[in-house]
Design a binder for this molecule. Structure first.
Ligand SMILES: C[S@@+](CC[C@H](N)C(=O)[O-])C[C@H]1O[C@@H](n2cnc3c(N)ncnc32)[C@H](O)[C@@H]1O
Length: 379
């Protein structure tokens, strides 16, 4: 039976690929819902009490909690399984998209050639910053930058198929729950807010960008990313989905747009993939780009505010240690309100919350984490 695709550029899955992907989803479901909670159970019931008996107090830091749990077979079993599951995910999505990369590239080229709303502006002279180009983020070979052929779109097509699987399909068929959450929050928090220009930083395939275009149809919507393959795909994808978005290849910390050009600057799961100096520069760029009264909003994986104890902190660091997410831990430790203040935002305008609106949670009912600030009104 033919599977209906979310849009005409979405990678097709042959029967054997779909079976492999289904196996991955079931395995991930098992690891997250069944195996992982048992580690905490074992820690609380047996290992932490042993530590308390020896030291007269519970572990105080993630390192101490890790020292307790890592030698235990339960953690080793979980960690090995989580890594194997992730490698299966990378291999299965890469193989599926690689075999049809030429077809997808040709389709995007045709959409581009046919003309229409929105635009694509690439900058072949752009050199991706070291913190991106030297890391196969998330263990995906080549990260966002792999170019297999001229006009390639492989990296973004793999990303889109990948997030559908990685999130167990829970972010909507268009993987737009982050953008929808951002829109819902902005409407709730800033009644009457109606941006004339919107910029999405680190937009990859534009999945989170489109809800803003839908929410404010009169706004001019832009997306920037470092990756040319991502932007080619995002541009064609937006067109086939009927949205007019202007995509530009640029660094989020130096976008090239004029001062005060936007009323809204957003990002979605970008913060955890950039270095601390880069994030500092990105906040400064957001402040520069915003018109008076404009809003900076970053939507993120809801880990930081759930780091309630040393054990949770240690478990959250798994991705830093084993999944090529070098800035994951650093983000959770950063003083973001201070970074926003240093960038020029008024402390009183900073918001930092887990938000349940928008209709789709991150995963398993957990809300998204939103961080941002509003640029002061003109004086
Ligand atoms: C996790 S993906 C974001 C996905 C997408 N926004 C979403 O909602 O699913 C991170 C993206 O940020 C881009 N990126 C990383 N550092 C960047 C920078 N300094 N400037 C622009 N884009 C950047 C990467 O190329 C990648 O496409």
């Amino acid at each position: 039976m033919a599977v209906e695709l979310p849009h005409p550029l979405f990678p097709e899955q042959a029967a054997d690929e779909a079976a492999r992907h289904a196996f991955f989803r079931d395995l991930k479901e098992l690891v997250v819902a069944e195996v992982k909670p048992r580690i905490r159970e074992r820690y609380e019931r047996y290992l932490e009490p042993e530590f308390v008996a020896r030291h007269g107090r519970p572990p105080r830091t993630a390192e101490e909690a890790g020292g307790v749990i890592v030698p235990d077979p339960s953690w080793r079993w979980y960690s090995a399984l989580a890594r194997a599951q992730h490698e299966l995910y990378v291999d299965a999505t890469a193989e599926c998209v690689e075999r049809q990369a030429d077809v997808l590239t040709a389709r995007c080229r045709e959409v581009r050639a046919a003309g229409g709303a929105g635009s694509l502006r690439l900058d072949p002279s752009l050199v991706p910053p070291h913190y991106q180009s030297q890391v196969d983020t998330h263990c995906v070979p080549g990260g966002y930058f792999v170019e297999l052929a001229p006009d390639d779109v492989y990296a973004a097509a793999r990303y889109e198929l990948g997030i559908s699987l990685y999130t167990l399909g829970r972010h909507g068929s268009l993987n737009d729950s982050k953008g929808r959450t951002g829109v819902a929050f902005l409407r709730e928090r800033f009644a009457g807010f109606s941006p004339r220009r919107v910029l999405d930083l680190g937009c990859t395939c534009g999945n989170s960008t489109l809800p803003y275009a839908e929410a404010w149809p009169h706004a001019e919507v832009h997306g920037v990313d470092l990756s040319a393959p991502a932007l080619r795909y995002a541009h064609a994808r937006s067109r086939v989905l009927g949205a007019a978005v202007h995509y530009r290849q640029a660094d989020a910390s130096a976008t090239g747009y004029p001062d005060g050009h936007f009323d809204l600057v957003v990002s979605h799961i970008l913060m955890h993939e950039v270095s601390t100096p880069a994030l500092r520069a990105i906040f400064a760029e957001c402040h520069r780009l915003l018109a008076p009264g404009g809003v900076m909003l970053h939507v993120e994986v809801p880990v930081r505010n759930a780091l309630l104890d040393p054990f949770a902190r240690f478990m959250a660091d798994w991705d830093t240690e084993h999944n090529n997410e070098p800035f994951w831990r650093a983000l959770h430790d950063l003083d973001l309100p201070a970074l926003a203040r240093d960038a020029g935002f008024d402390s009183a305008s900073v918001f930092d919350l887990d938000y349940e609106g928008g209709g789709r949670a991150f995963i398993n009912g957990r809300p998204w984490w939103l961080f941002g600030a509003r640029r002061g009104a003109a004086t």
